[in-house]
Design a protein around this ligand. Structure first.
Ligand SMILES: Nc1ncnc2c1ncn2[C@@H]1O[C@H](COP(=O)(O)OP(=O)(O)O)[C@@H](O)[C@H]1O
Ligand SMILES: [Mg+2]
Length: 298
């Protein structure tokens, strides 16, 4: 099973998202020497290795890029939340795979969630759960039906189980939007948006629904995807453009590390150092170290 699946699967429901939001950093496994590791019995070694793997996977490196992205996204959310009448902007990270788009958005979503709950509490006035963030991701061929289905599933909305045949797509979209309003959702994270093909019938309808949601409801959309410039999604602000006003996009830059500039080189070295300091590797046995020193002194 790939890491992406492991992480994404549970985040498809608000319970999974909540667990992610509440998760505290894992404790660092006790560093052992290689000899100590070898002397563990199979079961203990297996447990130790899986604790180390989980600890490494859990490590988030707060790179300058991640910090900048957080600041920009927070600015966007705060300014969107200040005035309902103002034209709302959407955020977008358009970058090649593997650069940390999903990590950045999940991390930001988690911090935003905690902040909103600290400000406004865990429940809404009518007792409904306060769920500040909804997160969906695109895959394969997206239709309004699959988009609404994802939203219902996220909120555990009964419409997800009892989708009435007679319900029109518009009704379903309105029901999905009401779920977001009922739970005080302010941020919609839409990951892997490159699967949306706005020039096809299905894709055009999905784009229209997203547009409609963003216009009618007080939610800010933040998208992540690959090669969006050439997919017709960002072209002329297409996806979220309204008839009257071209929407403002906040583009969050995300680029690969480079050692070709002084600044890039320093950032890269900082990353390697941070990763190194977090790695729990089997330490060389004392005697071997001592022997090594003796040899080098000879
Ligand atoms: N700041 C970070 N700290 C630690 N690991 C990271 C960070 N950014 C990305 N990663 C790791 O790099 C891999 C790719 O990141 P991901 O967010 O899935 O990229 P993308 O969504 O751009 O394809 C993942 O395994 C992720 O855990
Ligand atoms: Mg991703």
């Amino acid at each position: 099973m790939s890491l992406t699946l492991e992480r994404q699967q549970p985040l498809s429901t608000y319970e999974g998202w909540q667990t992610f939001v509440d998760a505290r950093p894992l404790p660092e496994p006790e560093p052992l020497t290689k000899r100590q590791i070898r002397s563990l019995d199979d079961r203990a070694r297996d447990e130790y290795d899986s604790a180390r793997r989980a600890f490494h996977r859990d490590t988030l490196v707060r790179t300058d890029q991640l910090r900048d992205a957080n600041d920009q996204l927070l600015d966007l959310l705060e300014s969107n939340m200040q005035g309902v009448d103002r034209v709302k902007g959407a955020g977008v990270i358009d970058a090649p795979p593997g650069l940390g788009k999903s990590t950045t958005l999940n991390q930001f979503g988690r911090e935003f969630h905690r902040r909103q709950v600290a400000r406004y509490g865990e429940t809404m006035e009518d007792g409904a759960l306060h769920i500040p963030v909804c997160r969906v991701w695109f895959a394969g061929r997206m239709t309004t039906k699959s988009l609404n289905g994802m939203i219902f599933d996220y909120y555990a909305h009964p419409a997800g189980r009892f989708r009435r045949r007679s319900a029109t797509e518009h009704n379903l979209a309105a029901t999905a939007a009401e779920a977001a309003v009922r739970h005080g959702t302010r941020l919609f994270i839409v990951d892997d948006i490159h699967f949306l093909k706005p020039r096809t019938n299905d894709g055009g309808q999905v784009a229209n629904q997203l547009k409609w949601l963003a216009n009618e409801y007080p939610v800010t959309f933040v998208f992540a995807g690959v090669d969006l410039n050439n997919s017709g999604i960002l072209e002329e602000g297409r996806l979220l453009e309204t008839a009257q006003t071209a929407r403002r996009w906040t583009r969050i830059p995300m680029s690969p590390f480079t050692v070709l500039t002084e600044e890039g080189d320093a950032e890269w070295k900082k990353l390697v150092k941070t990763v190194e300091s977090r790695l729990v590797l089997g330490r060389v046995d004392q005697e071997v170290q001592a022997q090594g020193r003796r040899v080098s002194m000879v």
